[in-house]
Design a protein around this ligand. Structure first.
Ligand code: G16
Length: 544
């Protein structure tokens, strides 16, 4: 095998965001853009000679091109073996499991997650470490630093690897194993959940619809829900992955899954609806006549996890991202277990999971997961919900209402302003930050008195690292909160996210419309930040 060293010039924009490097395909298609980034990753790692690397992606446009480049660069850099999903496919949680299960050194996950795909859509690359989780900031910072000075990359001159056939091939001295993308993951799910109980649920006439959004979870959902658990054929819709997600936006929220939501709100609709995103790590949960917010879903899954065999011994602790509602905190308090608040992004959960401090983690952005992998996991959440429904023999709506009656309800919404001018968004956040020292103690209206106001800094209790400027928090004495932060996954302009939350006690009113219940906070957020005035937007682009 002849290793080629190719001269290159650096790009200045290869800074990984909340979850890897996400850019337009047109940006990724620039000369050596992919090569520079992958070489910068490998240059930031030590000790992988002869080791195993996992590579797989969500099958979006450009996946096939990048995967061939990645295999060649891995061979030239001295990896001993690459495990790659058949067709270049692996959902993000499956990639995490394959890394762990096969004791790989790490993995390259090719995905821009819920962002649209296609020639004019987005592409993404993320490096995951040996625990199966996204690389921590000390690695992503090193990758960015390297990308700014890189002057060459290594590759080999070989024909493309045939990814269609399961089996073993060679690229120079490196072994390439093309594996079934679903098998290892499906076997893991069987160890966590009571498949017999879920089979009995379906056999008893329980009806669900699962929208795979023309993305990666289709093959996984067909195997697990229909072939293994006996849900009728047709339960999984949009189940064939396509490079541009059928022209859709593979984000499982109430905007892009409106049809499913509306179906679940009809009298003869199914009992349960769920969806997952482009790379299979997010989930949407809707029961008949009951949408479950991701923050509530996290709390409910944590409270009921012990009903599934994989968690029968109880859970060690819960972690949630800072903007996620405090609903899970009340569950942790009642269970007498640890509760952690981390910055946005799954990479911050890894240390807590590795240390055994937490078992279940979640984010308000439709992400939930557990210590079974080191990524959030869409189908896992769906299966845990099914397991809970099978054991409790109640509807989603009943379970949610009982939860609120026990713990109280955290009314919660997120307002996104997408593709805002980056300079305006940056200034807006800076100006809001400048107001923070004067806010504590101040009252707004009759009920809102500021208890604290800060820019969230996280101190990792395991490795002692700190992450500053993780989002502005304004907390009130009644448990209400306003959080404002800039997205780290958008690819055009800036996305401003405003998160709003209000707590209503267990004996309070739980049947209010969410936007109405949060109206005073929505108005106050505008008063303090001036988003509409400064951006000229009349309303958020997306409300979840
Ligand atoms: C968004 C969400 C985060 C999530 C991240 C990555 O980040 O707000 O909670 O961790 O996406 O998720 P995925 O891999 O599914 O895209 P941001 O920075 O845009 O708010």
């Amino acid at each position: 095998m002849t290793i080629q060293t190719i001269k290159t010039t650096p790009y200045d924009d290869q800074k990984p965001g909340t979850s890897g490097l996400r850019k337009r395909v047109t940006v990724y298609a620039q000369p050596n853009y992919v090569e520079n980034y992958i070489q910068s990753i490998f240059d930031s790692l030590d000790g992988f000679a002869g080791e195993t690397l996992v590579i797989g992606g969500d099958g979006r446009y450009y996946n096939d091109v990048v995967i061939q480049k990645a295999i060649r660069i891995a061979a030239a850099n001295g990896f001993g073996r690459v495990l790659v999903g058949q067709g270049g496919l692996l959902s993000t949680p499956a990639a995490s499991h394959v890394i762990r299960h096969h004791k790989a050194f790490g993995g390259l996950v090719l995905s821009a997650s819920h962002n649209p795909g296609g020639p004019d859509g987005d592409f993404g690359l993320k490096y995951n470490i040996g625990n199966g989780g996204p690389a921590p900031e000390k690695i992503t910072d090193a990758v960015f630093a390297r990308s700014k000075v890189i002057d060459s990359y290594k590759t080999v001159d070989t024909p493309d690897i045939a990814l269609g056939q399961i089996g073993t091939q060679h690229v120079g001295d490196m072994v390439v194993e093309v594996i079934d993308p679903v098998a290892d993951y499906a076997a893991l799910m069987a160890t966590l959940f009571d498949f017999d109980a879920i089979r009995a649920l379906f056999a008893g006439g329980f009806r669900m619809t699962f929208d795979a959004m023309n993305a990666i979870t289709g093959p996984y959902a067909h195997v697990l829900l229909e072939d293994t658990l006996g849900a009728p054929k047709g339960t999984v819709v949009n189940g064939t992955p396509s490079p541009d997600f059928g022209g859709g936006h593979p984000d499982p929220n109430l905007v892009y899954c409106k049809d499913m939501h509306d179906l679940l709100m009809t009298a003869d609709g199914p009992d349960f609806g769920a969806a997952s995103d482009g790379d299979g790590d997010r989930n949407l949960i809707i029961g008949k006549n009951r949408f479950v917010t991701p923050s509530d879903s996290l709390a409910l899954l944590a409270a009921n996890a012990s009903l599934a065999p994989g968690y029968a011994g109880g859970i060690a602790g819960i972690a949630r991202s800072m903007p996620t509602s405090a609903a899970a905190d009340r569950v942790a308090e009642k269970l007498g277990i640890e509760m952690h608040e981390t910055p946005t992004g799954w990479k911050f959960f890894g240390n807590l999971l590795d240390a055994g401090r937490v078992t279940i983690c979640g984010e308000e952005s439709a992400g939930t997961g557990s210590n079974h992998v080191r990524e959030k996991d869409g189908l896992w959440a769906v299966l845990l919900w099914l397991n809970i429904l099978a054991v409790r023999k109640q509807s989603v709506d009943q379970i949610v209402r009982e939860h609120w009656a026990t713990y109280g309800r955290n009314y919660y919404t997120r307002h996104d302003y997408e593709e805002v001018d980056a300079a305006i968004a940056g200034k807006l956040v800076d100006d809001l930050r400048a107001q923070l020292p004067a806010l504590p103690g101040k009252s707004f209206g009759e009920d809102l008195q500021v208890a604290y106001a800060d820019d969230f800094t996280y101190l990792d209790p395991i490795d002692g690292s700190t992450s500053a400027k993780q989002g502005i928090r304004i907390g009130f004495t009644d448990g209400s909160r306003i959080v404002v932060r800039l997205s780290g996954t958008g690819t055009v302009g800036a996305t401003l996210r405003v998160y709003l939350e209000r707590y209503e006690a267990a004996d309070g009113r739980h049947d209010l419309d969410t936007q109405l219940a949060l109206e005073p906070l929505i108005a106050l957020a505008e008063e303090l930040s001036g988003i509409k005035k400064r951006t000229g937007r009349e309303a958020p682009s997306v409300i979840t």
